[in-house]
Design a protein around this ligand. Structure first.
Ligand code: ZN
Length: 248
């Protein structure tokens, strides 16, 4: 049996699949892996949440980065891997997609927003740090580029930041709890495009496996957890996953 056939069988036999995606699925859409060597964080110093809150100059710099497009976090299109995942959700094979990505491509490919668990937030909109009010980037962009206004909350005048989890910012409590629930409830944990090095997220596969789930890792490069997986495939997601997911 080929690796794709083995993957197809594991997917067919699974009752509930927890899907976990990392930068690898987005690089196939042309979004750079910002944590990798040569990635954005090796060229531009990240702005921590502490810096952002403490300094107007840092907030201005952060918004400059967002609106100049230098981060390249957004604006890409979903690829075949994203659509295969959306099929798994539509088929009822998977209840939720846990992702480390902030690019909104799972939602864009058709996964309902309430079924995407974003561990690192979302870069396609902004949120008030105080009251949580959602703010659309297009509107903030006009007053930032036009009048040089650093975004503040229209509701409470608090500080507004992209809805990403910044360096120094705590992991989101609700999302972490939901991800943990998915990991414990699944009988197949499917890792797609993650090197499984960033904790606490990298702990979910271990958690799932200890609870009896099978573990599949599909990632171009070897990962720290390849040894413990039931199946490891070092290929592009878009060239493997679509063939292993039923089309209806
Ligand atoms: Zn607010």
């Amino acid at each position: 049996m080929t690796q794709v056939e083995t993957l197809a069988t594991l997917i067919a036999e699974a009752g509930r699949i927890a899907i976990f995606t990392g930068a690898g699925i987005s690089t196939e859409s042309g979004i750079p892996d910002f944590r990798s060597p040569g990635g954005i964080w090796s060229r531009i110093k990240p702005i921590t949440i502490q810096d952002f809150v403490a300094s107007e100059a840092m907030r201005r710099e952060a918004w400059n980065r967002v609106f100049s497009g230098v981060m390249k976090w957004t604006g890409a299109q979903p690829n075949a891997g994203h659509y295969a995942i959306a099929r798994l959700v539509a088929l009822g094979k998977s209840r939720a997609v846990i992702t480390q990505n902030v690019d909104n491509l799972h939602q864009h490919s058709g996964v309902p927003a309430d079924r995407v668990i974003e561990l690192h937030g979302n870069a396609t909109y902004a949120k008030c740090l105080d009251c949580g009010e959602r703010h659309e980037l297009e509107i903030l962009k006009q007053s930032f580029l036009g009048a040089g206004e650093i975004p503040t909350c229209r509701r409470c005048h608090g500080l507004v930041k992209t809805a990403t989890i910044s360096f120094g910012q705590a992991m989101p409590v609700e999302e972490m709890a939901r991800a943990r629930e998915e990991a414990l409830a699944c009988d197949l944990f499917l890792v797609l495009g993650s090197s499984l090095t960033v904790y606490p997220a990298a702990g979910f596969p271990v958690m799932a496996q200890r609870n009896g789930a099978k573990l599949v890792i599909l990632n171009r490069e070897p990962t720290d957890q390849d040894d413990r997986a039931d199946l490891v495939i070092h290929e592009a997601i878009g060239s493997v996953l679509p063939a292993a997911v039923p089309t209806n």
